[in-house]
Design a protein around this ligand. Structure first.
Ligand code: SF4
Ligand code: SF4
Length: 403
C-alpha cells in the first residue's frame, strides 16, 4: 500500500505513524440494513479482541431509509489511538472522505450511488484510497465490475467474494453466513484492520458454532484479488453529489411542490426531480410492448408512479424513478410481458417505448437476448431465497402488437 488513510491523517495532523483505518460498508436500504450493521459491528468486536480501538457509525444522510436506496455504515479502527483520540478524529462527521476498504454488498451498486434525496450520482469507488481495496460480494468477474466504475488516477485493488446479494429486511437477518463470510474477506484483504484469528474469535464468541468458522475459512480462501489501474473504468458520466455544508442551508426549510402537468408519452408525468431513485434497483422491469393488452394494471399498481401512458395506448416506464420493486411484473396478467432483469445488463435509463417504436422486432429480439430463459421467482417470505424457473422458449414476437 503506497498511501492510505492513516498516512493522510498523519499528514494532516503532523503525527507521523498514526494509524487510522476506515471501512465503508455499502448496502441496500432496508433489505440489507441488518446485514450492514452486523458487518460493521463484527469488525469493531474483532478489532477490540486484538486490543485495537474501534467504533462504527452510519451515514446520517441515509436516514430515513427507503427500500433499496444505497446506504453506508462505517467501521473505524486504530491500533495506537485511545477511544477519545479516535473519536475526535473520526466521529465528528457522519461520512468518510476516504476508505481503506470499500465493501459492496450488492454488486449492482457498481453503477453508482444516489441516496434518497437526489443530488447527483457518485461512483461506488469514490472513497477508495490508492492501494486500498474495493470488495464486492458478487458472481461476476472483476473486469466486468471494473469497467462500470469511475477511472481513478491511481492503482487500487478489486476483490470479489463469490456470493449472491443477500436480502432480508430491516430487523430480520437472513442467516446465510454472508456477514461472517464478509468479515473473513475483510481479514483477507486488510489483515492490518482485522486478522483472521480475531474474526474466528469473534465468530466462536458469538455463535459457538464450528460450521460457521468453516464457512468463514472457506470465504477467506475464495476471495479473488486483482489490480485496477488508472486505465480501467469509465469517465464518470454523471454529475457528482456535493453536499451543502451546514452554513449553506437557508433559514427555515421549504419542500418544493411538484408542478402539475401531464403529456402523453415518455416522461409525460411531472415528477419531483429531487427524488429520483434510479440507483435503488437491483433489477429493472423489461416490457414486451408487442404482447401488452393495455390492461392498465402496471400503471395503476406501480407504487412509485413510474408508468407514462403513450399515444398508442401502451405504458412506458421511467427508469430514473423505478426502484425495481417488481410489483408491475407481479400484476401483469400476460405471460412474460413484464420480466424483472438484472440491472447490470443495461447501460441506459432511456425510454424503452421510444426504443420499441423505432423498430419493434429489433427491440423484442434484443430484450429476449438480454432476458435469456431463466426467470427468478421470489419467495413469498422476504429474504428466504428465490426459485429459478427455466422457460423452454421465449414468447414469439407479435407483429401488430397490443390488443
Ligand atoms: S418495478 Fe415496476 S412497479 Fe416497481 S417501481 Fe419499477 S416500474 Fe414501478
Ligand atoms: S404491460 Fe402488462 S400490466 Fe401493463 S398494461 Fe400491458 S398487459 Fe397490462
Amino acid at each position: 500500500m503506497t498511501q492510505n488513510v492513516a498516512e493522510n491523517e498523519a499528514r494532516k495532523s503532523g503525527k507521523e505513524g498514526m494509524d487510522v483505518y476506515r471501512v465503508e460498508i455499502n448496502y441496500r436500504g432496508i433489505f440489507q440494513k441488518r446485514l450492514g450493521y452486523n458487518i460493521s459491528h463484527g469488525i469493531v468486536y474483532a478489532a477490540h479482541s486484538e486490543g485495537k480501538t474501534a467504533f462504527s457509525n452510519g451515514r446520517y444522510s441515509d436516514d430515513p431509509q427507503r427500500n433499496g436506496i444505497p446506504c453506508a455504515n462505517f467501521a473505524i479502527v486504530s491500533g495506537s489511538l485511545g477511544e477519545e483520540e479516535l473519536e475526535a478524529i473520526a466521529s465528528a462527521k457522519m461520512d468518510v472522505d476516504e476508505a481503506d476498504v470499500v465493501l459492496v454488498l450488492d454488486d449492482t451498486m457498481a453503477k453508482g450511488l444516489e441516496p434518497w434525496g437526489h443530488y447527483g450520482i457518485r461512483p461506488i469507488n469514490q472513497k477508495v484510497v490508492e492501494g486500498g481495496t474495493i470488495l464486492f460480494v458478487s458472481r461476476r468477474k472483476p473486469a466486468e465490475l471494473a469497467k462500470l466504475m469511475e477511472r481513478r488516477p491511481f492503482t487500487y485493488r478489486l476483490a470479489v467474494l463469490p456470493g449472491d446479494r443477500s436480502f432480508a429486511g430491516l430487523w430480520y437477518q437472513r442467516d446465510d453466513n454472508t456477514d461472517i463470510r464478509v468479515l473473513a474477506a475483510v481479514a483477507r484483504v486488510a489483515p492490518h484492520i482485522v486478522d483472521m484469528e480475531s474474526v474466528v474469535r469473534y465468530i466462536r464468541g458469538k455463535f459457538n458454532d464450528e460450521k460457521r468458522v468453516e464457512a468463514a475459512r472457506e470465504a477467506y480462501d475464495s476471495v479473488a484479488v486483482s489490480e485496477v489501474s488508472p486505465d480501467d473504468g469509465m469517465v464518470w458520466p454523471y454529475e457528482k453529489p456535493a453536499l451543502p455544508a451546514w452554513q449553506d442551508f437557508d433559514e427555515g426549510m421549504a419542500v418544493k411542490s411538484v408542478k402539475r402537468g401531464f403529456k402523453m408519452g415518455p416522461r409525460g408525468q411531472n415528477r419531483n426531480p429531487d427524488f429520483r431513485r434510479g440507483t435503488s434497483r437491483s433489477q429493472r422491469p423489461v416490457i414486451r410492448f408487442d404482447t401488452c393488452i393495455k390492461c392498465t394494471l402496471c400503471w395503476y399498481d406501480c407504487p412509485d408512479e413510474c408508468f407514462d401512458p403513450t399515444t398508442d395506448g401502451l405504458f412506458d416506464v421511467n427508469y430514473e424513478y423505478c426502484t425495481g420493486c417488481g410489483r408491475c411484473a407481479q400484476v401483469c396478467p400476460v405471460d412474460d410481458c413484464i420480466v424483472m432483469v438484472d440491472e447490470l445488463k443495461f447501460d441506459s435509463n432511456s425510454s424503452p417505448w421510444e426504443d420499441y417504436t423505432v423498430d419493434p422486432e429489433e427491440y423484442v429480439r434484443r430484450m429476449e437476448e438480454i432476458k435469456g430463459l431463466s426467470r427468478e421467482v421470489p419467495s413469498p417470505v422476504t429474504g428466504m431465497g428465490e426459485r429459478i424457473l427455466e422457460r423452454k422458449e421465449s414468447v414469439p414476437f407479435k407483429p401488430k402488437g397490443g390488443k
